[in-house]
Structure formats: structure tokens, C-alpha cells
Design a protein around this ligand. Structure first.
Ligand code: KGT
Length: 278
């Protein structure tokens, strides 16, 4: 099964980003992909909340979603939209950071709202307060395809291993981790976190990423780590896309899931225990 990860440098103009992505989906299809994945905030990566309030739409009138549903249906592929930033009807005006799995007939097979918010000071000069702008989700999601069961997660979720274990124990064979990782934490943590989750769960990890310096006319441009990655269930890195935007394909052999889990069945070895006493 061939999968294609789209590595993007999304800017703050949803229309520009959509044009880019549609072109790359066509390339991925020409290269034989049956599953195509895009990174976190495919539609708009912006340092400015006011600009987002001006350009973002709710799920029901967002133009990116139906355009990508049509692209998936035209090509007859599965499409994981890593996430769209969408308005919600929340009183506090926060957006949703929502993944969509689109089926080959164009329908929405699953939605997942990012659970863990990146509220972190990564260095003296670099602070993120995701929960100021985004409303966290509160439900884990698995979805069936005709080739495997997917568990959906987003970016900072990667630091919460119990979510991944729960998804694998619920039947997932592929865990998706679309991301816009910070350069500082990305250099130190991205690859080992992804490899650890693959090894712990015996799942394929598919992690399409934002990369580079994200164009904006509203404030200091954000930078992201890139290195879209695919990890096999035994822990080998099958793909590291480096830092250039583009279409990156990889062939997945699902027999490796059962094989890794047969060699080390730790997913079935949970025990009940007490403590620690504090
Ligand atoms: O804000 C947006 O527009 C899109 N969302 C993101 O870029 C999010 C929240 S700021 N980034 C992360 O979760 C990075 C996690 C990370 O870098 C780590 O865990 O070290």
C-alpha cells in the first residue's frame, strides 16, 4: 500500500494553501498513492489571531474541506487532512484544530479534534499558548479503511503515550501524527518520540509535517521543523523528508504490524498495579 506524505510550508492565506495542496495531491496520485496525508493546519498557519478570525470559516462553510473531498473522490483515494483550523460556535471564540479522514467516495469518514494544547515556553524568546486560540477536543478516534484501522492524533499529542496505547489497543494499525513542530523541540525530540510510539504500539506512524518559514504579512513568521516521517512497527525510520516541501511516498507492508507484535507482545502485557504512595 503506497502512502504519500505532503510536506508543506502553509502560509496564512487559505486559498493559496489550497491551490498548493491540490497540485500536490495530484502528484501523489500520479505516483500511485492510495492514502495521502497533509500536516497540521493545512489551511492556515498564522502567528496572528485577528488575521485568523478574519480568514477562517466554520466547518460548514470552509472552502478547503469540500475542495479536498472532491479531490479525494476524483482520484478514489483516502485522504487524511492533518488538520484544518476552523471557527467553532464556542462562546469564547476559540477555533478547532480538527483532522478529517476522507474516504475514496469523498465522504468524511472521521473527525478528530486535537486533545493536548501546546502551552509551552520552548526558549527565552519563544512561547506558544495554543489553548488561547484553540479549543481542545476530548475524544480519542479510530477509523476503519479498506486497508487498515487508523488512530488519529495531532502534533503535541505525541508527548502523551497513553493516548497512543489506547488507540492501538482499540485496533489501530496506523497512527497519524500530522504536525507543525517547533524547530527547537523538533531537533531534540521529534524522531525519538515518533519511534518510541511506533515501538510501544507495534503500529506504523505516519507523520506529515509543516516545514520552513511560513509566509505572513501579519507579524513575525513562524518556523517549523519539517522532517515528515514514517516509522515501521519495529521502529525503523522508513522515511525522513528533510526540510524541503514536497510529496514523499512510502510503501507499507501491514504484515509488519502482526510480526512486530508477535516478537514483542507488550501491547497485551498491561497489568493492574497500585502505588506509588505519596
Ligand atoms: O498554532 C497553529 O497555527 C498550529 N498549531 C501548532 O503549530 C501547534 C500548536 S502551537 N504546534 C504544536 O503542537 C507543536 C508541538 C511541539 O513542537 C512539541 O511538542 O515540541
Amino acid at each position: 500500500m503506497r502512502a504519500a506524505l505532503l510536506q508543506l510550508t502553509s502560509g496564512d492565506d487559505p486559498q493559496d494553501n489550497l491551490t498548493q495542496v491540490l497540485g500536490m495531491v495530484r502528484q501523489a496520485v500520479d505516483q500511485g498513492a492510495r492514502l495521502v496525508l497533509t500536516p497540521e493546519v493545512t489551511n492556515c498557519l498564522s502567528p496572528d489571531g485577528d488575521h485568523q478570525r478574519a480568514v477562517l470559516r466554520s466547518e460548514s462553510d470552509d472552502p478547503t474541506l469540500p475542495a479536498l473531498q472532491r479531490a479525494a473522490a476524483d482520484a478514489g483515494i483516502w485522504l487524511l487532512i492533518g488538520s484544518l483550523a476552523l471557527k467553532t460556535d464556542d462562546a469564547d471564540g476559540r477555533f478547532a484544530n480538527r483532522s478529517f479522514l476522507i474516504a475514496p467516495d469523498g465522504r468524511i469518514a472521521a473527525r478528530y479534534d486535537k486533545i493536548h494544547m501546546f502551552d509551552v515556553q520552548v526558549s527565552e524568546s519563544e512561547t506558544y499558548r495554543e489553548s488561547k486560540r484553540f479549543r481542545p477536543g476530548d475524544r480519542a478516534v479510530v477509523a476503519q479503511t479498506d486497508f487498515a484501522t487508523l488512530g488519529l492524533t495531532i502534533c503535541y499529542d505525541i508527548r502523551f503515550p497513553h493516548l497512543y496505547r489506547m488507540l492501538a489497543q482499540a485496533g489501530a494499525q496506523i497512527l497519524t501524527v500530522p504536525a507543525a513542530f517547533s524547530p527547537v523541540t523538533g531537533a531534540a525530540h521529534w524522531e525519538p518520540l515518533l519511534r518510541a510510539r511506533a515501538i510501544e504500539t507495534g503500529c506504523f506512524i505516519l507523520a506529515p509535517a509543516q516545514t520552513g518559514t511560513h509566509p505572513t504579512r501579519h507579524g513575525t513568521p513562524r518556523r517549523t521543523h519539517g522532517h515528515s516521517m514514517v516509522v515501521a512497527p519495529w521502529g525503523e525510520v522508513l522515511l525522513d523528508a528533510g526540510t524541503k516541501p514536497g510529496v514523499y511516498t512510502v510503501d507499507l507492508d501491514f504484515a509488519q504490524v502482526a510480526d512486530a507484535r508477535a516478537r514483542v507482545p507488550s501491547l497485551n502485557h498491561d497489568r493492574q498495579f497500585g502505588g506509588p504512595d505519596v
